[in-house]
Ligand binder design. Structure first.
Ligand code: E4P
Length: 216
């Protein structure tokens, strides 16, 4: 399973990308709003750092408007993938963009039925939102497992991005179930990196080494 960063913060992306595990980035309007910078500038900076798919989301809600916005975003860089919300208008836009060879990521997906529609319409990625399902006291991993099973059974040419991730455990579960990608907020990546026993182990190695040096 690949790991994408779910952020629009360029400094966070630069810092994490150096560690070698980041294969792409997803942004959304809420994430971009936090940065207080022009969206196009942010996307240009991200594409200069990351070699891999960078999702940029449309804001229009009608198909012609989404397609027009998508064409402009796609022109920024060949790695830009257009995030389209899973609505009837969104499906029309995904279908049209497929004919123009513009890659799409169907977002705000909460069921296997929605994922199947997006894949059939021509989306390159589907993004089931796990955390938001769990927030409603429902169980998100079974939704993800249904999508993985259906896509494998019917050999659908569409990658599954586990999104709306809330914990390192959810990342591991998404990998176990068979998601192609998990898009992970920086805070959760930090939690994945750090373990208290690693810090304790490192401290003990250092102390043992220093003690041994004194008696040489
Ligand atoms: C996915 O691509 C979205 O950007 C994201 O995962 C949404 O997550 P949230 O529910 O934490 O806002």
């Amino acid at each position: 399973m690949q790991l994408f960063m779910d952020t629009a913060n360029v400094e966070e992306i630069r810092r994490m990308y150096e560690m070698g595990f980041v294969s792409g980035v997803t942004t959304n309007p809420s994430l971009v709003a936090r940065e207080k910078q022009d969206y196009t500038d942010i996307l240009r900076q991200i594409t200069a750092i990351v070699e891999g798919p960078i999702s940029a989301e449309v804001l229009k809600e009608d198909a012609p408007g989404m397609v027009e916005e998508a064409r402009k975003l796609a022109a920024i860089h060949p790695n830009i993938v257009i995030k389209i919300p899973l609505t009837a208008e969104g499906l029309k836009a995904i279908h049209q963009l497929k004919t123009e060879n513009i890659a799409t990521n169907a977002t705000l997906i909460f069921s296997a039925a929605q994922a199947l529609l997006a894949a059939r319409a021509g989306a390159r990625f589907v993004s089931p939102f796990l955390g938001r399902v769990d927030d409603m006291s429902n169980e998100s991993l079974s939704v993800l497992a249904d999508i993985v099973d259906v896509f494998a059974l019917h050999d659908l040419n569409c990658q599954i991005i586990a999104a709306s991730i809330r914990s390192p455990w959810q990342v591991v579960e998404a990998a176990r179930i068979g998601a192609d990608i998990a898009t992970v907020p920086t805070k959760i990546l930090e939690q994945m990196i750090h373990h208290p026993l690693t810090d304790i182990g490192l401290e003990r190695f250092r102390k043992d080494w220093e003690e041994a040096q004194k008696s040489l």
